[in-house]
Design a protein around this ligand. Structure first.
Ligand code: IDC
Length: 316
């Protein structure tokens, strides 16, 4: 009897030890080696997580309560905080503080987080360069060297060539590197972060940089271009959805499955590709993981069809 009790106690202790070892404890500070994202020890690391919708509209869906469920129950490795520059402009101090607080919550929960300057509406990220400079100076100073942080400096450049994105990156990255010489930085690519070939032709000259690729499974199926590019430059899929490019119009799980298989290593160099799914909100659209009304009630098990599907992809 005594032995049995001891055995049960030992099992409970073992369980809590494994439970406590979240993704950040396990991997430490991330780094880029060649074209692979790696952990602190230099072993390949694959970070899978959920992107918020705009945190201006959906703060009630990306908060301590939901992030706790994502970390403990869904077992995500990371969350992404999408801050649209047009929203930031309305009250820079308020939205800066909101991001800082979310970054702190992710740290407490032991998961990675991506600070996403969700530039898109202006096409050319240089159009917002003054705001971007202030934002990234603050973020890189405040969160310098933290193990769990990743910076994404422009979500989706569009209607603008790679040379303009490069000009932007060559302004913002030195500001970040002055404060923080190590943290991984994601750089958006032309055509809504789908044109990796442009970046591969003329890459940036910094360490710990990755290029963003975004796709929406129902609309985007050009996997060959993607597989070609990952053999040339380090790529992070910082946003993808099961739906069409609108974020709505139904979901294509078969196409999603094929993409995720590639990310899991079904590619010529067996690279492990990290990804973040769009989106953690309860907006009535196909790509949302929660049913309408879930956020206000903090009902995180009230999943949509795509929510159920996406949640399963995190199980280890
Ligand atoms: C979409 C949202 C949708 C919103 C729209 C415009 O899902 O609710 O009305 O933006 O703000 C992206 C963007 C991402 C888009 C998403 C789906 O990064 O902001 O969100 N998408 O359209 N790029 C390609 C698709």
């Amino acid at each position: 009897m005594k032995q049995k009790i001891l055995l049960v106690l030992a099992m409970i202790m073992l369980h809590s030890v494994t439970f406590a070892k979240g993704p950040v404890k396990k991997n430490g500070k991330l780094q880029v080696i060649g074209r692979q994202l790696c952990n602190e020890k230099g072993e390949p690391a694959q970070i899978k997580g959920m992107s918020s919708h705009g945190i201006y509209w959906f703060a009630h869906c990306m908060n301590r309560s939901s992030m706790k469920v994502l970390a403990k129950d869904w077992k995500v490795d990371a969350v992404r905080f999408a801050l649209y520059p047009n929203n930031y402009k309305q009250n820079p101090n308020y939205y800066t503080k909101q991001v800082d607080e979310l970054v702190n919550i992710a740290e407490e929960l032991g998961i990675y987080c991506i600070i996403d300057w969700h530039a898109m509406d202006h096409g050319n990220p240089n159009d917002l360069i003054d705001d971007a400079k202030v934002f990234w100076e603050h973020m890189s100073k405040t969160h310098a060297g933290k193990d769990h942080v990743i910076y994404e400096i422009c979500n989706e450049p569009n209607k603008t060539p790679w040379s303009e994105v490069k000009r932007y990156a060559n302004t913002i990255i030195p500001i970040i590197r002055k404060n923080d010489n190590k943290t991984v930085i994601l750089v958006g690519t032309p055509d809504w972060s789908s044109n990796l070939a442009a970046a591969a032709k003329s890459p940036l000259k910094y360490d710990n940089i990755m290029y963003s690729f975004h796709f929406y499974a129902k609309s985007h199926k050009n996997r060959k271009a993607f597989v070609d590019a990952i053999q040339k430059i380090p790529v992070f899929v910082s946003e993808w959805g099961t739906s069409s490019y609108t974020g709505d119009d139904g979901n294509d799980y078969e196409s999603s499955r094929i993409w995720l298989d590639i990310f899991d290593g079904n590619n010529p160099e067996k690279l492990k590709i990290s990804w973040m799914n769009w989106n953690l909100s309860d907006k009535p659209e196909s790509s949302s993981v929660f049913k309408p009304g879930s956020g206000v009630q903090q009902k995180w098990d009230n999943l949509t069809e795509s929510g159920e599907w996406v949640k399963k992809q995190f199980k280890k």
